[in-house]
Structures are given as structure tokens and as C-alpha cells.
Design a protein around this ligand. Structure first.
Ligand SMILES: O=C(O)c1ccccc1N[C@@H]1O[C@H](COP(=O)(O)O)[C@@H](O)[C@H]1O
Length: 230
């Protein structure tokens, strides 16, 4: 399986086209008014119509109530609901059952305890997404361009798949691919020239670098598997 690439926080037709042309597998639309990437519903609807069938559409919300999720479902019809707040495992299960959509639960990581707590969501969320834990005074829980110590993820149950985010960019994503067993990567700030302003060249560089790193890792793993059989 090839590595999943998600470009998040798209709010213009040009940025969306750049992500789709570059070969992004998932595109993220942010519904969080305090974010510089917040997108109006009508714009989101138009962007989703362009993206449908070319990439999976992810609607990112933070501690959403059901009214917001219903509106997003009716207007945008995303493939995924990304929950990026303090949603409990029970709330994740409820959202999944009520809205009938795959749920990606984002979890902020700064300590080994944060990784241990992730186990409570395994088998409940359809996918886990690890992000850097935001500082206490942050105005948003993600999209801050901050990395975290990826070695903390070594303690995670090997049966649990996850995507990685938090401060990724074209300069560090190859190392992230090599260093972790993430099945996908998610980027927002790292493909922007200013907060909320995506840059087509940076999107292309991010996707190309990620694909090359994933191919190299696959070739290395294949070689190692062959050697262990001989
Ligand atoms: O992008 C935002 O503004 C945002 C707001 C609220 C919650 C999450 C947000 N973004 C997500 O955060 C991670 C990491 O982003 P970055 O690459 O470090 O900027 C990613 O999943 C974004 O989708």
C-alpha cells in the first residue's frame, strides 16, 4: 500500500488544484472559525465538488456538536470526519454511528502518557492521527507547524495504524517517513507561505519528497524481508 498524503486547510480553487494535480490522496477542509484556514460552507461545497472522486475529502472540526456535523454532512458530504479537539472515545463512537462516516481522531502528543492514552481510541476511530500537543495558551489545537518527538510513537501497539502530522514540510517529511511506521502524512503549515496561504510549489515539493521517501523505504523493507528469508 502506498503512503497516504493529506494536504489540509485548503480554501481556494488554486490551492486545491495544486494538491490534486500533485497527487494528494486526501484533502482537508477546516471548519473552525479561529483558524486562518477556516472555510465558509459554500466555498467548501464547491471545493468538495471539484475534489470528489480525485481525492478523499476530510472535514476537520474541533469538539463539534451534532448540528455542525449535520450541516457539514449535508453541504459538503465529506468522506471523512476529522475530530481535532478533546472528543472522548465515547463521543468518537457516537459521531461515527450518528453520521455514518469514517472518523479520523487527532491526538496531541508530547509525552509517553499521551501515546498510551491513544490505545483507548483504537478500534473506535477508523484512523488515528498524531499531532504535536498544542501549548496551553494556543488559540487552536492544531495547524501550528510544531513537530513532536516521533520516537514516542515507538511505544505504540504495532497493530495500531496511524497517520502523522505536526510541523511536517518538504525538509523533514523524508525523515518522518523513515523514522516512523506512519501509514500516511498530513500537512498544513508546511506548504504555506503565510498562515492560511497555500503555496503550489511547496505542495508539489512536499508530495514529491514524500513519494520518493516512501518508495525508498518500501524498497529497503522488501530487501530486508528477502534477506531474512534467504
Ligand atoms: O489547520 C488548522 O488551522 C487547524 C485548526 C484546528 C485544528 C487542527 C488544525 N490543523 C491540523 O493540524 C495538524 C498539523 O498541522 P501543521 O502541518 O502542523 O500546520 C494537521 O492535521 C492539520 O490538519
Amino acid at each position: 500500500m502506498s503512503l497516504i498524503i493529506k494536504i489540509c486547510g485548503l480554501k481556494t480553487d488554486d490551492a486545491l488544484e495544486a494538491a490534486l494535480d500533485a497527487g494528494a490522496d486526501m484533502i482537508g477542509l477546516v471548519f473552525f472559525p479561529k483558524s486562518p484556514r477556516h472555510v465558509q460552507l459554500e466555498t467548501a461545497k464547491r471545493l468538495a465538488e471539484t475534489a470528489r472522486g480525485r481525492a478523499e475529502i476530510v472535514a476537520l472540526t474541533v469538539n463539534p456538536d451534532d448540528a455542525l456535523l449535520e450541516t457539514v454532512m449535508e453541504t459538503v458530504a465529506p468522506d471523512w470526519l476529522q475530530l481535532h479537539g478533546k472528543e472522548s472515545p465515547a463521543r468518537v463512537a457516537e459521531v461515527r454511528a450518528r453520521h455514518g462516516r469514517s472518523v479520523m481522531k487527532a491526538l496531541g502528543i508530547s509525552t509517553a502518557d499521551d501515546v498510551a492514552r491513544a490505545g483507548a481510541y483504537a478500534g473506535i476511530a477508523d484512523r488515528l492521527l498524531f499531532d504535536a500537543k498544542p501549548p496551553k495558551d494556543a488559540t487552536r489545537p492544531g495547524g501550528l507547524g510544531e513537530t513532536f518527538d516521533w520516537s514516542l510513537l515507538d511505544a505504540l501497539d504495532p497493530a495500531v495504524d496511524f497517520m502523522l502530522s505536526g510541523g511536517l514540510d518538504a525538509a523533514n517529511v523524508a525523515e518522518a517517513v523513515r523514522r516512523t511506521r506512519a501509514i500516511g502524512v498530513d500537512v498544513s503549515s508546511g506548504v504555506e507561505r503565510a498562515p492560511g496561504e497555500k503555496d503550489a510549489d511547496m505542495i508539489r515539493a512536499f508530495v514529491a519528497t514524500t513519494r520518493t521517501a516512501a518508495d525508498e523505504k518500501f524498497a529497503l523493507d522488501k530487501g530486508a524481508a528477502k534477506r531474512s528469508l534467504s
